[in-house]
Design a protein around this ligand. Structure first.
Ligand code: ADP
Ligand code: MG
Ligand code: ZN
Length: 479
């Protein structure tokens, strides 16, 4: 029998607000344990939560960017469970009435386009963290750090529309790109700002009845998501083939051996006893707020890519690379504003700029060559002041020591020589010194032409205008 996998993802996105969702404490990462806490996030009896407006704004942005309907009225609920890092004994989340519903994301895998439904997006608070081992200020043992308690999260739940690990990873990457473009999260997966629970089941091909699913918790890299889903699909198929039955359970992925293992079964599953949080009034969002937020949305990667192709005439590959991150796209667009042509700016941003950033391990935000400087450099090439090759030397100099391209060209005497008299003189000298090769060329061995070009360029220290060199060489060699 052949099997079909069915996958639905629940993604947690940590929002990049300065303060927590229900109190004014800082959300800054890496502070000493419990230094960013107050009675609200410590769960003191009687302390009352106050909703952070920014969190709502970010949730609306995420909803609009994924085609969701924004609920005019949504409700916070208590999700009850006990855990040492959850001092209130419940997490404030949304349940029956989330802020966003009925969205979608379009993905393409191996040329096949597909629409993945987004069931809902809701807001919630994160829990604290348990620290084991060497606990700061305490020595060896286990401690509770509540700095992260009450940090704002969005949970984005997909429909079970995904059919392979590749589709799941494509969906995740696209979702990640969108929330980072929106500026609502730093998207740092290693620090857990974007993490995913994968629900996986299998059914016979052609069936329309989904199998029982297992949920793999908290996977925090694209690579692990792919591995975990692939392993899980295989495991379930083997189990069924052997006459067994998949049980509904929560599993953990172990990156060490690439396997998933059972964490808790359905019997041990929590009954969260959700109910509306009486400390928070229902959240009412006006149409005006939604529309203002819509107007303030940045151009998203998909629209940007289409514009680069249609209006700037860039190939698909260029459009994809340049829009991969919002910062890179903004750098490229700043080059255009400074007068650069689209294709040459694209080539340099994807080439020299990207190479420099990778080599130096730096972000585009810290790029030592400004868009204005790059545009000025490209203008020098266009005017014929310098060749493409010399431009690379100038670029390296700007990268290392700063400075404006025109000044560097001037100071280092790099101006391209297009003066035919000067180039002719060099050619004459080289031909005189290499009569053997001249005879070869005249005897029909045209390959030695390259030799002469190389010699002339070397003699001019790379400054001779290559087009002029070619012209003159052909004339002179032909005699
Ligand atoms: P829970 O809150 O228990 O995790 P939900 O109904 O919210 O349950 O579903 C969670 C996720 O599981 C959703 O992303 C959904 O698409 C996915 N899902 C539901 N049924 C299946 C299934 N049979 N196989 C794979 N994924 C599923
Ligand atoms: Mg779940
Ligand atoms: Zn607090």
């Amino acid at each position: 029998m052949k099997y079909q996998a069915v996958i639905g993802l629940e993604v947690h996105v940590q929002l990049a607000t300065d303060t927590k969702i229900f109190c004014g404490c800082s959300t800054k990462f890496g502070a000493p344990p419990n230094s960013q806490t107050c009675p609200v996030c410590l769960g003191m009896p009687g302390a009352l939560p106050v909703l952070n407006r920014k969190v709502v704004e970010y949730a609306i942005k995420a909803g609009l960017a994924t085609g969701c309907a924004i609920a005019p009225r949504s409700v916070f609920a208590r999700k009850n469970y006990f855990y040492p890092d959850l001092p209130k004994g419940y997490q404030i989340s949304q349940y029956e009435l989330p802020i966003c519903e009925h969205g979608q994301l379009d993905i393409e895998v191996e040329g096949v386009a597909k629409r993945i439904g987004i069931t809902r997006i809701h807001m919630e608070e994160d829990a604290g963290k348990l620290v084991h081992g060497d606990v700061p200020g305490m020595g060896d043992g286990s401690g509770v750090d509540l700095n992260r308690a009450c940090t704002p999260l969005l949970e984005i739940v997909s429909e079970p529309d995904l059919r392979s690990a590749d589709e799941a990873v494509t969906y995740l990457k696209k979702l990640h790109q969108i929330v980072v473009y929106l500026g609502i999260t730093d998207g740092n997966m290693e620090e857990g700002s974007f993490r995913c629970d994968a629900n996986v089941s299998v059914m016979p091909v052609g069936s329309d009845k989904f199998g029982t699913r297992a949920e793999i918790k908290n996977v925090n890299s694209f690579k692990f998501v792919k591995q975990a889903i692939e392993y899980e699909i295989e495991r379930q198929i083997e189990l069924i083939e052997e006459g067994g039955k998949v049980v509904q359970e929560t599993r953990l992925f172990d990156p060490g051996n690439g396997e998933t293992r059972s964490m808790r079964g359905k019997e041990e599953a929590h009954d969260y006893r959700y109910f509306p949080d009486p400390d928070l009034v229902p959240l009412v969002i006006s149409d005006d707020w939604v529309e203002d937020t819509r107007l303030g949305l940045p151009e998203l990667p998909e629209a940007k890519m289409a514009r680069y192709r249609e209006e700037l005439g860039l190939p698909l590959y260029d459009a994809e690379v340049l829009t991969a991150s919002r910062e890179l796209a903004e750098y490229f667009e700043a080059c255009l504003l400074a007068g650069a042509g689209a294709k040459s700016a694209a080539n340099w941003v994807m080439g020299e700029v990207t190479r420099g950033l990778n080599d130096g391990g730096i972000d585009i935000g810290a790029c030592p060559v400004t868009p204005g400087q790059l545009a000025a450099l490209l203008a020098l090439i266009d005017k014929g002041t310098i060749s493409n090759k010399i431009a690379k030397t100038v670029f390296d100099e700007m990268w290392q020591n700063g400075g404006e391209p025109a000044e560097i060209v001037e100071k280092k005497g790099l101006v391209q020589v297009s003066d035919t008299g000067e180039i002719e003189k060099i050619i004459d000298e080289i031909m005189a010194a290499n009569m053997g090769q001249v005879e070869e060329y005249r005897g029909g061995k045209e390959k030695v032409f390259g030799f002469f070009v190389g010699q002339v360029m070397r003699a001019s220290k790379g400054k001779a205008n290559p087009a002029v060199v070619n012209d003159l060489l052909v004339k002179k060699l032909k005699g």
